[in-house]
Design a binder for this molecule. Structure first.
Ligand SMILES: Nc1ncnc2c1ncn2[C@@H]1O[C@H](COP(=O)(O)OP(=O)(O)O)[C@@H](O)[C@H]1O
Ligand SMILES: CC(C)(COP(=O)(O)O)[C@@H](O)C(=O)O
Length: 303
C-alpha cells in the first residue's frame, strides 16, 4: 500500500489570530487573513509495509530542504493510528520539501496536509476531504507552527480567509487573477512557534480590518501594500528587507512580506518578471524562488 500527495506552499500577507473558540476545540481555532498558494510545496509518499522486528512503527525521511523537527508529521500519523488496528504495520514516510523551512512559506502545513492526504489514500480510510484537512489543521495548531495555512492551502489560489478554522469550518473567498508570476527572496527564518508563544498577544485588530478592505478591493496590488503595512506593524522588517522594498518601490514594483520569515514576495504580471529578477538576483545571500499560483490546493497524486 503506497500513495503520494502534494500540498502547495502558502504565503500569508496579513492575518488576525483566533485562538479562542467554541469549547477551544482545535478545529474552530485558526486565523482570518489573506495570502496565496504557489506551485512549489511538499510532496509526501507513504509506503505501508508489514512490521518486522523494527523498534518503531514509522520512519520519516526528508528530501530537499530539511527541518529541525518532525513533530507535525508524527501528530498526523498518530491521528490516523487511532482510526483502526494498525499495530502490525510499518509506515515509511518520505517528505520532499521544495521550499525552505521556516521562512513564512507554510512548509509545516504543507507537510501536514500532504501527509494526511497520502495516509488516507494508502490506508484506504476513505475519510471525508474536510476531515483529512482537519487532521492536518489540528497538527499545526497543536504544534504552534501555523494557524490558517492548512485552510488556505487546502483550497489553493489567491485567497481571503473570511472565517477562521479548519477546512469544513473556516471559509475562504478566492480572488481570481490574471496570469501572474510570484518572485520571492528568502533571507532567514523566523520561528512561528516562538512568535505565537511570545508575541501574538501584542497584535490587535489590524489584520481583521485589512481582510474587510481586501473583500472590497479584491486587488493583489492592494494586498501587497497592506502586507507591507502589516509587517511594519508587527515589527518584522529588518534593514535588509527595508532596503529591498525601497529599491523595488523606486522601480514601481509592488511587494509584500511573507509571515513569518525574512522573506519578500512580489506578485507581478508575467511580462514584468525580468525587472524583478534583475533586482533580486543582486542579493546573492538570499534564496530566490520563482513561481506561479497553485489554484487547485492539496491533492492526492496518481502514481
Ligand atoms: N515534518 C516536518 N517538516 C518540517 N517542519 C516541521 C515538521 N514537523 C515540525 N516541523 C516544525 O515546523 C517548523 C516550520 O514551521 P514554521 O516555523 O511555521 O515555518 P514555515 O513558515 O516554513 O511554515 C520547523 O522549523 C519545525 O520545527
Ligand atoms: C502567519 C501564520 C500564523 C504562520 O505562517 P507560517 O510561518 O508560514 O507557518 C499563518 O499560519 C496564518 O495563520 O496566516
Amino acid at each position: 500500500m503506497e500513495a503520494t500527495a502534494f500540498c502547495p506552499a502558502h504565503i500569508t500577507g496579513f492575518f488576525k489570530a483566533h485562538l479562542e473558540g467554541h469549547g477551544d476545540n482545535l478545529e474552530s481555532l485558526g486565523s482570518m487573513g489573506a495570502g496565496f498558494s504557489i506551485n512549489q510545496g511538499v510532496t509526501t509518499k507513504v509506503k505501508i509495509e508489514t512490521k518486522d522486528n523494527q523498534k518503531s512503527n514509522f520512519k520519516i525521511t526528508t528530501h530537499g530542504y530539511q527541518s529541525d523537527k518532525t513533530d507535525v508529521s508524527q501528530y498526523v500519523l498518530n491521528e490516523f493510528l487511532k482510526l483502526g488496528e494498525f499495530s502490525d504495520k510499518f509506515f515509511d514516510i518520505e517528505h520532499n520539501i521544495s521550499v525552505p523551512v521556516g521562512y513564512g512559506l507554510g512548509s509545516s502545513s504543507a507537510v501536514a496536509l500532504s501527509l494526511s492526504f497520502a495516509l488516507d489514500q494508502a490506508l484506504e480510510t476513505k475519510l471525508e476531504k474536510t476531515i483529512i484537512g482537519q487532521i492536518a489543521h489540528n497538527a499545526e495548531i497543536n504544534c504552534k507552527t501555523g494557524l490558517g495555512d492548512v485552510l488556505a492551502s487546502y483550497h489553493g489560489g489567491f485567497e481571503i480567509r473570511v472565517k477562521p478554522g479548519a477546512p469544513g469550518i473556516g471559509h475562504v473567498e478566492k480572488i481570481p487573477t490574471e496570469k501572474i508570476s510570484i518572485i520571492m527572496i528568502c533571507f532567514s527564518p523566523i520561528s512561528t512557534n516562538k512568535f505565537i508563544k511570545e508575541r501574538l498577544s501584542q497584535i490587535n485588530g489590524l489584520g481583521g480590518k485589512m481582510v474587510n478592505q481586501l473583500i472590497e478591493s479584491k486587488d493583489y496590488d492592494h494586498f501587497q501594500d497592506m502586507s507591507l503595512e502589516f509587517a511594519k506593524y508587527v515589527d518584522v522588517m529588518t534593514p535588509r528587507m527595508q532596503k529591498i522594498v525601497k529599491e523595488l518601490s523606486e522601480n514601481n514594483i509592488k511587494c509584500g512580506i511573507a509571515l513569518f520569515g525574512e522573506t519578500i514576495f512580489s506578485m507581478i504580471p508575467q511580462k514584468e518578471e525580468s525587472k524583478v529578477l534583475d533586482i533580486l538576483q543582486k542579493y546573492s545571500d538570499g534564496i530566490l524562488i520563482k513561481s506561479v499560483l497553485d489554484d487547485d490546493g492539496a491533492r492526492v497524486l496518481n502514481n
